[in-house]
Design a protein around this ligand. Structure first.
Ligand SMILES: Cc1ncc(COP(=O)(O)O)c(C=O)c1O
Length: 463
């Protein structure tokens, strides 16, 4: 089966490229090779998962350790490791909860799940000014689908509008609103009807053809937020869209131009469309605010959280909606076996507690600002760096063959990726050529500096 060829958020670190094979040749020991062979034989193969690159035996804090004993700073972590891996308070909370109550069968309320729903509702109210209500699911994709179903039920409409190039999960509904060819492949047949897409914001590579200055900043006077105007245009033409669903800051990363979300919010109001923010990777402080939406001072109607919510240990996600959207009580649209699981709720409560007590949101903002400053310096010194951008600890270094044509330097990005891995730093590339750095919120300034030194060395090696 042919693979989709357009660049993808998830692309860059999985293909059996000569460089990857060489890296494995140089770094894997016999025991690791044997485990990879068993893994490859046991699992259904799928792009960006199996076959694996290497094997892991320990994960603690910022660090992961492979089966050959090599240690890597984990600047990827699938965005689950806000607290670092295996945070002792999360682990202790889980152990304590296991002794107290392991499971809540349907129809039984449970203290921990209620406590967590109340905590997330309070955060939602702080963000939006409206009281919230919650449904928990086991994974982010399911929570996205709950949000879509709720929007359909509340509006009596079925269409959605989302971004090309986005990822919202692997389920049919989530893949339908997602915009990556890799997850929308013809192999699985038709997706949900009515899932319309629009080109996203992404100033350095503005899909509407507008230029940025030499620091990657858009000229808003000139472009007049064409990307937001297109959302309004589609909502008007379609006339019956239930919800716009998007990540407030795109995972590539791309941060929205000033005023983008306010314009989209107004367009949603004007056309009776709900605004759903997928904050699965960006929520809980990753961008230096508890919700990424806070940067744009915009109130969504529904927020979806996941990933780090389970402390990087247990799977749990949440759909948090305006309380007045509680209109589908006669239907069952989020009946998940673990919908009120006390153990994953305890992990989430411990996570929220640590984030607040240790001031991790503020730390992420400070550390991210420092990193961005250093990334600008990398851009000044390496012609191959076309753009640097990010918010908090969602950071990107975009490599280009030349700064005028901006052709993607995907080969160089791959060389940096494997060069960094050999030096003890793990991250992923996005769209083939963007070094995407998503370290945990517990990363120290010294660790951030070490990681950026490694990238600096690897960039020098590409000259
Ligand atoms: C923005 C976004 N939405 C949804 C998901 C799906 O989450 P899960 O893998 O828990 O289903 C992801 C996962 O990477 C994501 O990044």
């Amino acid at each position: 089966m042919t693979r989709p060829t357009n660049p993808s958020q998830s692309e860059g670190d999985v293909n059996d490229t000569p460089r990857r094979l060489q890296w494995q040749q140089d770094h894997l020991d016999d025991a690791t090779r044997a485990l990879l062979a068993r893994d490859s034989a046991a699992f259904l193969h799928q792009s960006v998962s199996t076959p694996c690159l290497s094997a892991i035996r320990r994960a603690e804090g910022l660090w992961i350790e492979d089966t050959a004993g090599r240690r890597y700073m984990d600047f990827h972590g699938n965005n689950v490791h806000h607290l670092g891996h295996a945070h002792p308070e999360v682990v202790a909370a889980i152990k304590a909860q296991l002794d107290e109550l392991c499971f809540a069968p349907r129809r039984f309320a449970c203290e921990r799940a209620v406590e967590l729903a109340e905590a997330l509702s309070a955060q939602f109210e702080r963000l939006t000014g409206s009281a919230g209500r919650v449904l928990f699911t086991t994974g982010g994709s399911d929570a996205v689908e709950v949000a879509i179903k709720l929007a359909r039920a509340a509006t009596g409409r079925f269409k959605t509008l989302s971004f090309w190039d986005s990822f919202h999960g692997a389920g049919f509904g989530a893949a339908s609103v997602g915009g990556e060819a890799l997850f929308r492949s013809g192999a699985v047949g038709p997706l949900l009807p009515g899932t319309e897409h629009v080109a996203p914001f992404g100033c350095y590579r503005c899909p509407y053809g507008h230029a940025v200055d030499d620091q990657g900043r858009p000229d808003l006077e000139r472009c007049r937020l064409a990307c937001a105007a297109m959302v309004r245009y589609v909502l008007e033409r379609e006339g019956d869209v239930a919800a716009v669903i998007a990540e407030p800051a795109r995972a590539v990363p791309f941060v929205p131009p000033a005023g983008y979300w306010k314009a989209v919010r107004e367009a949603c109001h004007a056309h009776g469309t709900l605004l759903i923010f997928d904050e699965i990777p960006t929520g809980l402080g990753k961008t230096g605010r508890f919700f990424a939406a806070e940067h744009d001072d915009v109130a969504p109607d529904i927020v979806v959280l996941g990933k780090a919510l389970g402390g990087g240990v247990l799977p749990i996600a949440a759909c948090v909606a305006r309380a007045d959207l509680n209109v589908a009580g006669a239907f069952a649209f989020g009946h998940y076996t673990h919908e009120k699981n006390p153990v994953s709720s305890a992990a989430a409560l411990a996570t929220l507690r640590v984030i607040e007590r240790d001031g991790l949101v503020e730390h992420a903002a400070r550390l991210g600002a420092h990193a961005l400053e250093r990334m600008h310096d990398l851009r000044d010194r390496h012609a191959i760096v076309g753009d640097v951008r990010g918010r908090g600890l969602l950071l990107g270094i975009e490599l280009v063959r030349d700064r005028v044509a901006r052709e993607r330097a995907s080969d160089a990005a791959e060389a940096v990726l494997y060069g960094a891995l050999s030096r003890g730093l793990s991250f992923k590339t996005t769209m083939g050529n963007v070094l995407t750095l998503t370290p945990p919120l517990v990363t120290t300034f010294a660790e951030m500096d070490r990681a950026l030194d490694i990238i600096d060395e690897c960039l020098t090696a590409t000259h």
